[in-house]
Design a protein around this ligand. Structure first.
Ligand code: FES
Ligand code: MG
Length: 568
């Protein structure tokens, strides 16, 4: 294996006219004959002024290049699309698969022997890991790092958990316009991605737990000088990975995927990460049923005291030791023989690692909770599963029965949620349909259905809410999401009507509609599929080929052939 010719060699040593063209055109950019004999390292720079979370990437990439040169490689930077949560409409999830395709095809089509994937904002690292799994060229992830904590009046602010909290208080009338503007200026205090344990931090942690990023990478703040150091070390390390021919599929094994799930559960990680982990695993040729997540969740104590489930943020996590310290706590639950991008095993990477702050990372034998953050709920509403982040649920709703208040679409919800005549109280169960992968389409983060204003004014801050959409990893509340199959494909979720009784029971993993099966059959016979939302282009491709949430929302044709389900 070690002696197979490098891909770049095939380009630059080609005796035909093409070798001449490759050498000539490359040298015109300043590379020398000596440079093009070295391993060529692609650096996938997803800098974009349309993506705040990646605003500092050009600087990081310079450090990566230094590392590549130092270790005897030749860096070549290239772009792909870059997806930032705040701007992209209708939802970034619509573009994750496009980014994965873009990244995979860029890596495959060029003389790249190894690649550094520089990502950060929510969908970017998942897309890059999916691409790495499919391309299977030596790869390493460099996450861009979280923002510093926001600061205001001695309080620590977190994006975007506090974006929701403060705008909610503003609409409840407890915060005035000036106060809200102050928060707006203080919350995003530096470069970097969201600094709570949202999707970006969860995915950066997952890259590390999988063994695809250097230990410690995930939690270093974006602007901390140590992120420059790890950028340089990442550049060095990819050259070693190429020399050792250690590829993503050697690293992202089934056992490594289990490690990533364990770390996610112990972290109170984002529900979005479940979709992404499934998608990555499928690209590797593995089936990953939601039961696996539940099984791991049940045996994994929740250890990390970070928002939105706890008190602190990534800055404190970094100071407490970051992902390596959490993994050390979890050692007995991890597959420590897995090989990582360091060229060493998880166990070897852990030597000398300690937790430095017990307020942030709890010990395994004295956890915050005995089981993991994310729970899979099944029942006649979600035969293929639904998710809830248990660590963000109000205790009183762990077991609850309430009457459904149904919204057939996002637009329907927006039109009626604040209607003073809406028949709703604090025990109602808000149901939002048609916001799933095909339904919206793109499965937007709208599962945090707003509390009706009239209830907000009465002090209600949480209700049971169910949707086939997603929530931001920074959301909190009793939010059942990812109901599969979704309403748009005629799943039982489509059949819920106003006033139906719904039971939720987290301990017993139940999500049940108390309507008898004959009535459901009769409703099902009357259900009609609506036409597609898009009539052309990428949107139509997405609508036609996207898989359901429990299958990772990848496109069916991107899965290895043997795993491809029949699309509906
Ligand atoms: Fe990019 Fe939150 S907006 S991570
Ligand atoms: Mg997010």
């Amino acid at each position: 294996m070690k002696n197979e010719p490098k891909k770049s060699e095939k380009y630059f040593s080609d005796p035909s006219m093409w070798g001449f063209i490759h050498r000539s055109f490359t040298k015109s950019m300043g590379y020398t004959d000596e440079d093009i004999k070295k391993p060529v390292i692609g650096i996938c720079n997803t800098f974009s002024e349309l993506n705040k979370c990646h605003s500092h990437f050009n600087e990081l990439v310079e450090y990566v290049k230094q590392g590549v040169w130092q270790a005897g490689g030749t860096p070549m930077e290239f772009p792909t699309i870059s997806i930032g949560e705040p701007y992209v409409k209708p939802t970034t999830m619509l573009l994750r698969n496009l980014m994965a395709m873009d990244t995979e095809e860029m890596v495959k089509a060029h003389p790249i022997d190894g690649v550094v994937l520089v990502g950060g904002c929510d969908k970017t690292i998942p897309a890059q890991l999916m691409a790495a799994a499919s391309a299977n060229t030596p790869a390493i992830v460099l996450s861009g790092g979280p923002m510093l904590n926001g600061r205001l009046n001695g309080e620590s602010l977190g994006a975007c958990t506090d974006c929701y909290r403060f705008t909610l208080e503003h609409s409840a009338g407890t915060l005035n316009d000036e106060q809200l503007a102050e928060v707006e200026n203080a919350i995003c205090r530096s470069d970097g991605h969201c600094m709570v344990m949202g999707t970006a931090s969860t995915m950066a942690s997952i890259a590390e737990a999988l063994g695809m990023a250097l230990p410690g990478c995930a939690a270093i703040p974006a602007v901390d000088s140590r992120r420059r150091h790890i950028s340089q070390m990442t550049g060095k390390q990819i050259v070693h990975l190429v020399k050792d021919n250690l590829k993503p599929r050697d690293i992202m094994t089934e056992k490594a995927i289990e490690n990533a799930i364990t770390v996610t559960m112990a972290s109170g990680g984002s529900t979005n990460s479940i979709i992404h982990i499934v998608a990555i695993a499928q690209r590797l040729g593995m089936k990953l049923p939601l039961e696996k997540f539940d099984e791991i969740s049940k045996r994994t104590p929740f250890l990390l005291n970070l928002r939105p489930s706890g008190k602190y943020q990534m800055e404190e996590y970094f100071e407490a030791g970051g992902v390596p310290a959490l993994m050390k706590e979890l050692e007995s639950l991890l597959n420590t023989e897995c090989i990582t991008v360091t060229g060493k095993t998880v166990k070897e990477n852990m030597i000398g690692v300690k937790t430095l702050d017990r307020e942030v990372i709890f010990p395994l034998d004295d956890p915050i909770e005995n089981d993991g953050g994310i729970v899979v709920l099944k029942g006649n509403i979600s035969p293929n599963g639904a998710l809830i982040k248990k660590t963000a649920v109000s205790k009183k709703f762990l077991k609850h029965i309430g009457k459904a208040v149904v919204f057939e679409s996002l637009q329907d919800m927006e039109e009626r949620i604040n209607d003073p005549d809406l028949d709703v109280d604090e025990n109602s169960v808000l149901v939002l349909k048609n916001v799933g992968p095909k339904g919206a389409p793109g499965m937007p983060e709208v599962g945090q259905i707003p509390i009706p204003k009239k209830l907000l004014k009465r002090g209600v801050r949480d209700m049971v809410r169910i949707s086939d959409g997603r929530i931001s990893g920074t959301s909190y509340g009793t939010l059942v999401v990812h109901v599969a199959p979704e309403a748009a494909v005629g799943g039982p979720f489509a059949l819920i009507k106003n006033g139906d009784e719904i039971e939720i029971d987290l301990n017993n993993r139940i999500l049940q509609l108390h309507v008898d099966s004959d009535e459901l059959k009769s409703r099902s016979s009357k259900w009609k599929k609506r036409g597609t939302y898009y009539d052309r282009g990428y949107g139509l491709l997405f609508e036609e080929r996207v898989l359901q949430a429990d299958l990772g929302c990848d496109f069916d044709f991107l899965l290895p052939k043997e795993l491809r389900p029949l699309n509906d």
